[in-house]
Design a protein around this ligand. Structure first.
Ligand code: ZN
Ligand code: ZN
Ligand code: FE
Length: 729
């Protein structure tokens, strides 16, 4: 634009000194013609003296310690790179590690700041002269692209068989003939097979010992996705976004009708679908394969596999071939998982493509960390207005997951240049995450009630300071009275809360293991609420007479049962009674399958009672179960019952919030907890709350489930400490 002057990267951002006639136009273009990945958080313009520069120069940036570090997440392959890979005769034709400034690996390969090639796992690949020329040319798409590579100088693929023999190709022939491939990707290994091949998919399920948890699939393009699933404009935007998450889509028909193996997603009406996000994926899906199963490669309960050696040893019983490469993954990162509910994206798992971008909480916080819970662990660092949330790290009761968590926590602190002295943790006495916080040296650990953390995370994300009514529904959270909470109405803010209502306590037989046996929960609830009747056995035929006797004794004597107000267990019980799910092989299965059976547009709900006891509003479900049994006896279909039950839970929340809102004089509510991953329930509830005059705060980028806990813990810990300091002054 015929301007002179200079540009400089500083601690505060980018400073440009520009002189010339086109200045106003230049300012507008800078703001509006950004490169694909650039984002301007703030900008300002000021006039200065003309110094008469003759050229325009890029000034060398100064390394400063207080640099505000925002690292990029990994970015799906851009159109230009993709085209290059498929253009015959180009330098990068067929090259699986092609990337540029607009795309490619980032967070998964970075081990230290600043983000320069030597601080990434690309440091061991010296650039060839041609790559170096591109790297240093400001006019090139690869100007300062740290992971730049080509077949001459970059990482290489290798295909191995079970005898460690090197084979040629990338495994297309092997996939087509029904084999299972372990494929090293961006954030870890996938197990891949042809998703249309019934035998291959069943073999993968058997070998992975994964009974019914759905497999994610990768489709070659959006047209293929449309062949099988309904895709809304927002869902399409998410699928094709730079983050390229797995999007949970409703299938057009049942899988068998669509010509897909039912074992892809047993018992569900949805499919988790993603599009190719690396050149390697594009190459795997370019030659006749339309749809691949791409499931995270791990041994059940263990962390995602991301190193070649671990893949070779741990997957030898599962896969037939290994497609490896020699670019190391430093931060393992699962695929992110998102579902559109009420026409908003709800993040069920925030990982690859989003981490480590911070959430801007809109105000400054005292530095603090939230350590998360043991299930679906994530942790968070609060620094100024930013919450840096880690990728999903699995179940910390597993030792390898716990080790990985410790490694990631220290590396995250280094990268965010932040080492808080205050850590919020969950009150559950047996959580490894909590113990980690409690024994950390020179750190003040602050216990945070589980559902308060859920609510505070939602408030922080929505930048709400005052008190609101929280409706928090989830599976398991340790309560202040030692009971298992989970269907809670809280009145509070990001500092404190009081419990103003909840589902009545019901007897959960045999502790946590009961959550794997929904029919035992159902039997216990029926006996407790209605008194034992032999007729119950009809509805729960999976239970032996002996089991029923044991549950009867447990409930009647209050022996080895645990009082719970869990919403998740309520779903479990109903799922079992309708015969939809009586044995659970993955977390949330009974509820997820119950939702899958919901008939949309069904009206009607079951009765329930509300009662004020000691300043708490108690929701009672005796009449709910009585009416549900009547429906079952009369032969009402599972689809109808399932919808009616969902409507009932919606009505319970609605009625409780209305009454509590009146008592407390508020019309603001925050909804959080894993239950709000339920599309049917959320879409039933939110519009009704809004018509009743409520302002409803929902999660924006954080998962409603335990993946969002850490932000609430950090925010509460930060505020509590602030209060302690200001009181001591
Ligand atoms: Zn690119
Ligand atoms: Zn090169
Ligand atoms: Fe929870």
């Amino acid at each position: 634009m015929n301007l002179t002057g200079w540009v400089l990267n500083t601690a505060a951002g980018v400073t440009i000194h520009a002189e010339g006639k086109n200045l106003p136009n230049f300012y507008q273009r800078i703001l509006h013609e950004l490169p694909p990945l650039a984002k301007i958080y703030q900008h300002s313009l000021s006039e200065t003296r003309v110094l008469g520069y003759e050229t325009f120069a890029i000034k060398q940036s100064l390394a400063r310690e207080d640099r505000q570090v925002i690292l990029s997440p990994d970015v799906a392959t851009c159109q230009e790179c993709r085209a290059e890979v498929f253009t015959p005769g180009t330098r990068r034709e067929g090259y699986a590690f092609t990337n540029c400034t607009n795309c490619g690996p980032r967070y998964t390969i970075i081990f230290d700041i600043p983000y320069d090639r030597p601080n990434t796992t690309m440091g061991r690949f010296p650039m060839c002269p041609e790559c170096a020329a591109e790297y240093h040319n400001p006019a090139d798409r690869r100007f300062h692209a740290q992971p730049i590579a080509c077949p001459e100088c970059g990482p290489e693929l290798v295909l191995l068989d079970r005898c460690s023999r090197k084979l040629s190709g990338i495994g297309l022939a092997q996939l087509k003939s029904g084999n299972i491939l372990a494929v090293k990707g961006l954030g870890g290994f996938h197990l891949a097979c042809n998703a249309l091949d019934k035998v291959a998919v069943s073999a993968l399920r058997n070998k992975k010992q994964r009974e019914s948890k759905p497999f994610a699939v990768m489709a070659s393009n959006i047209g293929v996705v449309r062949r099988y699933c309904e895709v809304s404009p927002l869902e399409e935007r998410l699928l094709t976004s730079a983050a390229a998450p797995i999007v949970i889509l409703k299938t057009k028909h049942d899988l068998a009708t669509l010509g897909l193996p039912e074992t892809l997603a047993p018992g569900l009406d949805t499919l988790g679908v993603m599009l190719p996000y690396t050149p390697l994926h594009h190459l795997l899906l370019a030659d006749g394969l339309d749809l691949l199963v791409m499931t995270s490669a791990n041994v059940s309960g263990e962390p995602l596999i991301f190193r070649n050696a671990a893949a070779l040893s741990k997957l030898s019983g599962i896969c037939d071939y290994w497609l490896l490469h020699n670019r190391e993954i430093y931060h393992p990162c699962d695929d992110s998982l998102v579902r559109v509910i009420n026409n908003r994206p709800v993040y069920l798992r925030r990982a690859r493509g989003y981490v480590p971008l911070p959430l801007d909480l809109g105000k400054e916080f005292m530095p603090a960390a939230g350590i998360g819970g043991d299930l679906k662990n994530t942790f968070c660092l609060l620094k100024q207005n930013n919450a840096f949330v880690s990728q999903h790290g699995g179940d910390l009761s597993n030792y390898d997951n716990y080790r990985q968590f410790k490694r990631e926590f220290s590396s995250f602190k280094r990268m965010a240049a932040c080492s808080p002295q205050i850590i919020g943790y969950d009150l559950h006495p047996e959580y490894n995450s909590s113990n980690y916080a409690k024994v950390s040296k020179d750190v003040r650990a602050i216990g945070v009630q589980h559902h308060h953390a859920h609510m505070a995370a939602c408030l922080a994300e929505n930048r709400i300071d005052g008190k609101v009514l929280g409706a928090i529904c989830d599976g398991t959270g340790y309560g202040l009275d030692g009971a298992i909470w989970g269907f809670e109405f809280l009145w509070g803010d990001t500092r404190e809360f009081s419990r103003v209502g909840h589902l009545e306590y019901l007897p959960l037989p045999g502790g946590d293991s009961a959550s794997r046996k929904p029919d035992r929960i159902a039997m216990a609830y029926l006996i407790h609420l209605l008194g034992y009747s032999d007729s119950f056995k009809r509805f729960l035929p999976g239970l032996t007479g002996e089991e029923v006797d044991i549950i009867k004794q447990q409930v009647n004597r209050g022996f080895n049962t645990f009082p719970t107000s869990s919403c998740g267990r309520l779903f479990d019980a109903v799922s079992a009674l309708t015969g939809i799910c009586t044995r659970v092989s993955y977390e949330g299965q009974a509820a997820v399958e119950l939702e899958a059976h919901c008939k949309y547009g069904s009206t009607g709900s079951y009765p329930f009672e509300m009662e004020n006891v000691d300043n708490e509003l108690i929701l009672r479900v005796r009449s709910l179960f009585a009416a549900l049994l009547k429906d079952l006896t009369e032969g009402t279909g599972a689809e109808q019952i399932s919808a009616k039950f969902h409507n009932t839970v919606g009505e319970m929340i609605l009625a409780a919030l209305k009454q509590l809102g009146k008592q407390l004089g508020t019309n603001q509510t925050a909804i959080s907890g894993g239950v709000f991953q339920n599309k049917y329930l959320t879409e039933y509830l939110v519009p009704r709350l809004e018509s009743a005059g409520f302002i409803v705060y929902q999660h924006r980028e954080l998962p409603p489930g335990d993946g969002g806990l850490c932000v609430g813990q950090a925010v509460i810990a930060s505020e509590v400490i602030k209060d302690v300091y200001s009181n001591s002054r």
